[in-house]
Design a protein around this ligand. Structure first.
Ligand SMILES: NC(=O)c1ccc[n+]([C@@H]2O[C@H](COP(=O)([O-])OP(=O)(O)OC[C@H]3O[C@@H](n4cnc5c(N)ncnc54)[C@H](OP(=O)(O)O)[C@@H]3O)[C@@H](O)[C@H]2O)c1
Length: 305
């Protein structure tokens, strides 16, 4: 008997679950589902957290293709899973399948955390509050006190950031996105949360607009995938960043993007997205177990220490 988890499990494994999991000392009861999923660092933080809290369960990576989602969820529930995390491309499809969800998940339009409770699927989105916790930890600030500019507000992570900032009543919110119509639509969706003339606006991704808006911005967030490749265009021209800006890049691989390098060179405080990943995991753990998560154990696992 041991706990030699496979790097990645598949739908075929789930279909023969009692056989596949027979020799595990801590049976798999939680998973991250995705396509691809082999890169996911979530097991690195959740398995140490389960050990530290005496949980008789382990957390696995489960590769599910789009057409395999319904069967995968059915088999996990039948195998006694507590819940799962969803990553690309399943967050929207899972949103469509849950029986109940939190207000945050409903507003974001995506579910990254599901709990199986009494035959029902309960969904949450922990990316949104996870970002808030990471920003608070990095810069000792609250969204409600800030004027925030989000680049990439049309993608999934950008929607999560926008909803969280709006739900917390930030002072002003400026949305920027390559596909401008998505940012405009999002402004309409959250307008009720930020009443007041011009308190939430979408602006074109142009240097003159950015220069004007950054003059009255406290926190700048990159929610695009720009920076993951060395030849990506800059998120914001470096010369527009100031020492008084707080700069958060959701990208964490590489750990220092050009955006963060430019921010650092301008004297701004900055942080990458690794702690957003940590905090979304912490909040997922708390959602499943209704108890405080061992944050430092999870942090050490995630940082590979
Ligand atoms: N740290 C964390 O825990 C965490 C959590 C979630 C996501 N993330 C990171 O956040 C980033 C976005 O993830 P996502 O799930 O939101 O992806 P997504 O839904 O595919 O959205 C991608 C966003 O990036 C924009 N974009 C992509 N390529 C671009 C380019 N070449 N030029 C300009 N804009 C471009 C898209 O604009 P359009 O709308 O115009 O397509 C969209 O706003 C990724 O790097 C991801 O790793 C981090």
């Amino acid at each position: 008997m041991g706990n030699h988890l496979k790097e990645v499990y598949t739908l075929s494994d789930l279909a023969e679950w009692s056989e596949v999991s027979r020799d595990l000392e801590f049976p798999a009861r939680l998973a991250v589902i995705g396509d691809p999923v082999a890169h996911s660092r979530s097991p690195q933080m959740h398995n140490p957290a389960l050990r530290a809290t005496g949980g008789n369960a382990s957390y696995i990576r489960l590769h599910l293709r789009e057409g395999e989602l319904d069967e995968g969820i059915r088999l996990m529930e039948a195998a006694g899973f507590i819940g799962f995390n969803a990553t690309i491309p399943h967050k929207s499809a899972v949103f469509e399948r849950v029986d109940e969800m939190t207000e945050t998940a409903r507003r974001v339009g995506a579910v990254n955390t599901v709990a199986f409770r009494e035959g029902r699927l309960i969904g949450h989105n922990t990316d949104a509050p996870g970002l808030q916790r990471a920003v608070k930890e990095a810069f000792s600030v609250d969204f409600c006190d800030l004027r925030i500019l989000i680049v990439g507000a049309g993608g999934g992570a950008g929607r999560a950031a926008t909803v969280q900032a709006a739900m917390e009543g930030c002072r002003r919110l400026v949305l920027v996105n390559r596909t401008v119509s998505k940012a405009g639509e999002l402004v309409r969706e959250i307008a009720d949360l930020l009443p007041g003339e011009g308190r939430v606006v979408a602006v074109p991704w142009e240097d003159a607009e950015l220069a004007r808006e950054l003059e009255c911005t406290d926190l700048v967030i990159n929610a695009t995938s720009l920076g993951m490749k060395p030849d990506d265009r800059p998120v914001v021209p470096g010369h527009l960043l100031r020492a008084r800006h707080l700069v958060y890049d959701m990208v964490y691989s590489p750990p220092e993007t050009r955006f963060l390098e430019d921010a650092r060179n301008s004297g701004a405080m900055c942080a990458n997205g690794l702690d957003m990943l940590l905090w979304q995991g912490v909040l997922a753990f708390e959602f499943w177990f209704d108890r405080e998560a061992p944050v430092e154990v999870m942090r050490r696992g995630l940082h590979g220490m």
